[in-house]
Design a protein around this ligand. Structure first.
Ligand SMILES: Cc1ncc(COP(=O)(O)O)c(C=O)c1O
Length: 389
């Protein structure tokens, strides 16, 4: 089938293209009219060419089993009410909790937003560290609540004693304590004994949000999920996501686990907008432990090899339990990022105040090789080109 252009459309389109590309009006290249590609030829996409090491995604995406499950769910794409693979029940069962303890959202980012709105009143405060994942802080700013963001310790761990002190000092005004474990962007865990210390030492009516987005990558035995504290009857909300280990960042499914009263409070503000494919993909993910293990092992192997290579060149790399790590660049990370971008490698944004550290997500083996090649070009003499701290 031929596509027919009117002369007006054709001229307008050509003029627009010339302008957009910055070509001269008499450019032979701009005047070229090639036939459209035959079916099956995928057009080159600059997005595909980029090594995507900026957003802590899973570069492999969902497993075959997950895709098969989503394929079966195609028939629900046009429905409002449909069988949903019992995903809500499966998540509850996975954690040994009831369905009333679970709230599902379009990504855990939405769970964080809903929690911020539900637990922070006007001019109330959220207590946490900086740098960390800022979603809750952004919600707080949007609703005229305050953020008390405390610095990390010199070894990049979260200062739990400090969080306890600040929470007690501001007791009347604190609506929420937020702990990302392991922390993003550093990749550093909060050991279980510190989480218990926090819960034991702040007033028990203050809700504590523990964001476990990277739970599945952790191997440090000092870590343990905080779900057990919900079972102990504490006012704890744990958030999890299918975006990372299960590769569903674009499909969007995350959830919160909490005592029933907290879930009820949050439900008022949630949209419940989880799509049919995400529900079925997630239900299959929970029954695919081999894939989960493969993703974890591959990610950790690539992460550790890259970190070892950087350390071998004299760079400080913060020990990470996540699908990303932070390396000390010794000069503004923004400059280094721009140099990577010129080489078609996207790396993490700035995380004030750690402006001379670069966050690098773990991609495919090929992407990590491209990262290292670019790194060697940007720092040809190892750490000596940056000046030691
Ligand atoms: C710590 C943390 N929490 C939550 C999220 C949100 O993830 P999602 O909305 O895809 O579940 C992210 C995403 O990078 C994150 O790093």
């Amino acid at each position: 089938m031929k596509t027919r252009f009117s002369r007006r459309h054709f001229v307008g389109g050509a003029a627009a293209a010339v302008g957009a590309l910055g070509l001269r009006p008499d450019s032979a290249l701009a005047a070229l009219r090639l036939p459209p590609p035959p079916p099956g030829v995928v057009p080159a996409d600059p997005y595909d060419d980029l090594a995507k090491l900026a957003s802590n995604e899973n570069p492999h995406g969902p497993s075959e089993k997950m895709w098969a499950s989503m394929d079966l769910a195609r028939k629900y794409a046009n429905r409002y009410g449909y069988p949903d693979g019992d995903i809500h029940e499966k998540i509850a069962e996975h954690h040994g909790m009831g369905t009333d303890n679970i709230i599902m959202n379009a990504g855990s980012g939405e769970t964080l937003r809903v929690a911020g709105i539900a637990f922070l009143g006007h001019e109330e405060k959220v207590v946490g560290v900086e740098p960390t994942y800022t979603s809750v802080y952004r919600v707080a700013s949007g609703i005229d609540a305050d953020v008390i963001a405390r610095p990390l310790l010199p070894d990049h761990t979260q200062d739990i004693d400090d969080l306890v002190r600040v929470t007690k000092r501001n007791y009347r005004d604190v609506g929420l304590v937020y702990v990302v474990n392991p922390n993003n962007p550093t990749g550093v865990i909060v050991p279980d004994e510190d989480i218990r210390h926090l819960l034991d030492n702040i007033p028990e009516d203050i809700p504590v949000l523990i964001d476990e987005a990277y739970h599945h990558f952790i191997r440090d035995p000092r870590y343990s999920s905080a779900v057990k504290y919900i079972k102990e009857g504490r006012k704890v909300l744990v958030t999890r996501t299918f975006s990372k280990i299960y590769g569903m960042a674009g499909l969007r499914l995350g959830y919160g686990i909490a005592p029933e009263e907290m879930i009820d409070q949050m439900r008022t503000y949630a949209t419940g907008s989880v799509n049919a494919l995400a529900r079925w993909g997630a239900a299959a993910a929970l029954e695919d432990p081999e894939y989960e293990k493969w993703i974890r092992d591959t990610t950790i192997a690539l992460r550790d090899a890259t970190m070892t290579e950087l350390r071998g060149q004299g760079f400080e790399v913060i020990p990470s339990e996540c699908n990303f790590f932070m390396v000390h660049t010794g000069r503004p990370a923004s400059e280094v990022r721009a140099e990577f971008r010129r080489r078609d490698v996207a790396v993490g944004r700035d995380f004030p105040p750690m402006l001379d550290y670069l966050r690098v997500s773990i991609g495919t083996e090929d992407e990590m090789k491209r990262f290292m090649t670019a790194w060697n070009e940007i720092f040809p003499d190892g750490m000596t080109t940056t000046g030691r701290r």
